[in-house]
Design a protein around this ligand. Structure first.
Ligand code: LLP
Length: 416
């Protein structure tokens, strides 16, 4: 899954850096990203979209490290944010507000003010109440807020129920049948400029057909609106393209986009996308060290120093991440291991039933961890969060220091 990861005599090497050297310099657990892989993933979109009027807005929630954001900003990406915090990160990383779209069902007044003051590209509005609030906030600041309605096309993306977002039963977006009336209302509100339309039907999509179906529905609505005099400038088709974790066969970026682009041939609207996982997922891994090997009655456990607080996806979604030994051990017999963390929960596992030849202190890499890894981490069990590094050729950039325990309770007070 990670194109720039190779085996050598020094064990696994990312670009030009041995993972053992990363662990020696920065400790474990550490998230390790490959700059070449980040660039290659972004350029796959850029190349497939060449010649079109498009903006690829990287979904910051997938990996919001400033180093990652700055890499995408330099490549000309826009950004899809879901909070004022993510906006602050984008700006701190050198991203341009004019390339930011703001999604999410619960934007606060403070977040609206922050985004209006920064001058973002568009608010993806998800309810009638949000339209009213945004218009009032913008008017109060003497500004006009550019908006797109996030419509819910009610197509089944056939992915994990927790990450499917375009069904009628989901909390996201406005119902397709209500969108027309809401656009007419939005057009009358003083603080709003109706700029576009958006949809996002789900994540880790392995089949592009549902997105094409959604896009067709959206285009039908766009044309009906135009007939009413509401002419939209952009159409945002969200994110969602899946990646290979194990044996999945997602379409390539080009194959995923081709039928969508065909739908837009001859149209004048600018196209926006909000990919997250497909830009970062397979550009990163979580590097961890074996603390103990614990042969069990029914199962063998490899207790590593990373845990569900570092990588929540296995515990949360039963997600599969490949676990590979960083340096092979020819003299050691392989055994089947449960790769687990030190947290006091039976759900604290990173990988089930994996055949590995391991000894205490060995390094293990959990692959495909670049998306929704660090961003979903927590401090459960008062565990400081991992360090993050970006490898660029033979260089290693520390882009986030390992958290220190004092930082974890710096804002707390014992009772006086
Ligand atoms: N746009 C919107 C409005 C979204 O809600 C999302 C993801 C994206 C774009 C980016 O989607 P992507 O290209 O990454 O599929 N924590 C889960 C994934 C949650 C996705 C939420 N929304 C996981 O670890 O699988």
């Amino acid at each position: 899954p990670l194109p720039t990861l190779t085996r050598s005599a020094r064990g696994l090497v990312l670009e030009g850096v041995a993972l053992a050297d990363v662990a020696a310099a920065h400790g474990t657990p550490t998230y390790v990203y490959s700059l070449a892989a980040l660039r290659a993933a972004f350029n796959a979109y850029r190349d497939a979209l060449a010649g079109r009027r498009v903006l690829v807005c990287y979904a910051v929630k997938a990996n919001s490290n400033l180093g990652v954001l700055s890499a995408f900003a330099r490549l000309g990406a826009g950004f899809d944010i879901v909070s004022g915090g993510e906006l602050a990160r984008v700006l701190a990383a050198g991203g341009e507000a004019s390339r930011v779209v703001f999604s999410g069902v619960g934007k606060s007044v403070a977040e609206m003010r922050q985004a209006l003051a920064a001058g973002i590209r568009c608010f993806n509005v998800e309810s009638a109440a949000e339209l009213d609030r945004l218009s009032a906030v913008a008017s109060g600041m003497g500004k006009v807020a550019p908006i797109a309605l996030r419509v819910n096309p009610d197509v089944d993306p056939k992915t994990h129920p927790y990450i499917s977002t375009g069904l009628r039963s989901n909390k996201f977006g406005v119902a397709f049948d209500e969108a027309f009336a809401l656009y007419r209302r939005a057009a009358t509100l003083p603080g709003l400029h109706v700029a576009g339309i958006g949809c996002h039907i789900g994540s880790q999509l392995l089949d592009g057909a549902p997105v094409v179906e959604a896009a067709e529905k959206v285009l039908g609505l766009v044309d009906r609106l135009a007939a009413e005099g509401i002419v939209l400038e952009h159409i945002d088709l969200g994110g969602g393209l899946g990646i290979r974790y194990r044996d999945e066969t997602p379409p390539t970026v080009r194959d995923y986009l081709a039928p969508l682009l065909a739908l837009f041939d001859g149209r004048r609207e600018e196209l926006l996308f909000e990919p997250g996982r497909s830009l970062v997922g397979n550009a990163g891994l979580l590097l961890t060290r074996v603390e103990y090997l614990k042969p069990g009655v029914e199962k063998n456990f490899a207790v590593v120093d990373a845990a569900m607080n570092d990588l929540a996806r296995p515990a949360l979604y039963d997600a599969w991440h490949d676990a590979v030994a960083v340096a092979p051990r020819p003299g050691t017999a392989a055994a089947r291991y449960e790769v687990v963390g030190p947290i006091c929960e039976s759900g604290d596992f990173l990988a089930h039933d994996r055949e590995l030849a391991l000894a205490e202190d060995d390094l293990v890499a959990l692959l495909s961890a670049g998306a929704y890894g660090m961003t979903m981490s927590s401090n459960y069990n008062t565990r400081p969060r991992a360090a993050e590094v970006i490898v660029d050729g033979e260089r290693v950039h520390l882009v986030r220091e390992r958290e220190r325990v004092e930082q974890l309770f710096a804002g707390e007070r014992p009772l006086a």
